[in-house]
Each structure stands twice: as C-alpha cells, then as structure tokens.
Design a protein around this ligand. Structure first.
Ligand SMILES: Cc1cc2nc3c(=O)[nH]c(=O)nc-3n(C[C@H](O)[C@H](O)[C@H](O)COP(=O)(O)O)c2cc1C
Length: 231
C-alpha cells in the first residue's frame, strides 16, 4: 500500500467566460507542486475555443493544456512557456473527460483535497445547488460537498437573476465558498493578467493554497499607485 496516496485538487472548468482564470489557477497549483485532476465541461470547450482560438481534445489533452497554460490573458501565446514543462511528472496533472461518470473523482472514496470550479457558469451553479450531477464536473462538486471537502465556486455572470442568487445562497449554506469572478483594483493592476491573477489568487486563498499571484493589502491607502513589479 502507498504510504502517502496522491491527493489532488480537482479543477472543474465549466462553460462560463473566463478561461484565463482557470489557466491562472492551474499554473499556480502546478507551480506549487500540487497534484491536479482536471475536468473540462463540454460547454467549456466552446468558451476555450472562443477565448483562445484553440480546441481542448480528450485524445490530445496534455498538448492542448500546455498550449492553453502558456497563453497570457492578453492573448500572447508564450507568456508562460514553462507553465507545464514537458518533463513534468505524469501524475502532476490528470485529465478526466466530463462524460466519464465512472472516473475516479466521481466517488467520495477517491482521495482528493477539494475542488475549485473556475469559472463556474450559472448552469453549473444550478446543477450543483440542485445536486443534478449531469456530468462528471457536477458529480465531483456534489461529492466534494458530501465529503465536507473545500469547494470554491468562481461564478461568472452579470447581472445575476433571482434563481441564481438563491442557488448561490444554497451553495454557501452547503459549505461552498462562493467567489464571484470579480477583480479588485487595490492591488495595483496594470495589465489584464494582473486582474485575472487577482481572482485566481483569491480562489486559491479560499482553498488554502499558497501562491504569489497578487499583491496583498498591507494597510495604508495609495499602494495601488505602485506597479506590482516595483512593490
Ligand atoms: C462563448 C460563450 C460564453 C459564455 N459565457 C457564459 C458566462 O459568462 N456565464 C454563464 O453562466 N454562462 C455562459 N455561457 C453559457 C454556458 O456555456 C451554458 O449555460 C452551458 O450550458 C454551461 O454548461 P456547463 O455548466 O456544463 O459548462 C457561455 C456560452 C458561450 C458559448
């Protein structure tokens, strides 16, 4: 028996706008040496295609993920060339097709740290709040709640309608952290990537994963006037 079983963070990417948020979270987890299990919903393949121009294919997921993670939020293709190194251990990142309801993480007995859904669509919010488990992503979210593991839901929609607001309250009451994909401007953002990294960093804060994605508030007004690179 393994002394220390692999206990990954499950990262669920649903079909809301905001694939750069997912990329930033994935890069930070990989950089921290945290194992990751990735689930990309069918709709998220469309948002990824729309926002990056590239597909995400089950049969070529590692190659597609490497290209996605290398891309900056401003569209530059090689902003993070070493985000997923060619020689990274296979077990660092695993991918499970969203239609695979027999996948490891579909069971509470599968060892997992918790789950981040980044970004979360309103359809995903509804599905998780109602316990629909219509695909692997929603099933893993339900499992995460029932096992009382951390669940971070980075919802991305605006404005929000009444049913979604009620479903977000239901998720909060069930123990999830509802984290609107809502960047702040006190951390001295100068570029799109800074705004993206702020949201990704707050999601990782909620999960308790150390990172250096944004400049934390240090007390005292006016620090936003200092670019992050000079702070
Ligand atoms: C290009 C594109 C952008 C979208 N952006 C959002 C969004 O920001 N928020 C949202 O809730 N849904 C958005 N949608 C709609 C969702 O993709 C749709 O509700 C889908 O059923 C979500 O499925 P999933 O939760 O299984 O990924 C978008 C769809 C497309 C094609």
């Amino acid at each position: 028996m393994d002394a220390e079983p692999r206990r990954p963070w499950i990262v669920g990417v649903s079909g809301a706008s905001g694939t750069p948020y997912a990329a930033a979270v994935l890069r930070a987890l990989i950089a921290a040496g945290e194992p990751v299990d990735l689930v990309v919903s069918r709709a998220a393949r469309l948002t990824l295609l729309d926002e990056t121009g590239h597909p995400f294919r089950d049969a070529h997921w590692r190659e597609d993920l490497r290209r996605w993670l290398a891309r900056g939020a401003d569209g530059s293709p090689d902003a993070f060339p070493d985000a997923l190194p060619e020689d990274a251990p296979e077990e660092l990142v695993r991918h499970w097709p969203a239609g695979d309801l027999a996948a490891g993480p579909s069971s509470g007995s599968y060892p997992a740290r918790g789950m981040l859904i980044v970004p979360a669509s309103t359809a995903c919010v509804a599905g998780v709040a109602l316990g629909l488990s219509k695909d692997l992503l929603q099933r893993v979210a339900s499992v995460t709640l029932k096992e009382r593991r951390p669940l971070v839901v980075a919802v991305r929609e605006t404005p929000l309608n009444g049913p979604t607001l009620q479903q977000l309250v239901a998720l909060d009451r069930a123990g999830a952290v509802v984290l609107p994909a809502s960047p702040a401007f006190y951390a001295g953002a100068r570029h799109i990537q800074d705004l993206v990294d702020f949201v990704a960093g707050r999601a990782l804060d909620a999960a308790g994963v150390p990172h250096r994605l944004y400049q934390r508030w240090r007390g005292g007004l006016g620090s936003a006037g200092t670019p992050p690179s000079m702070a």
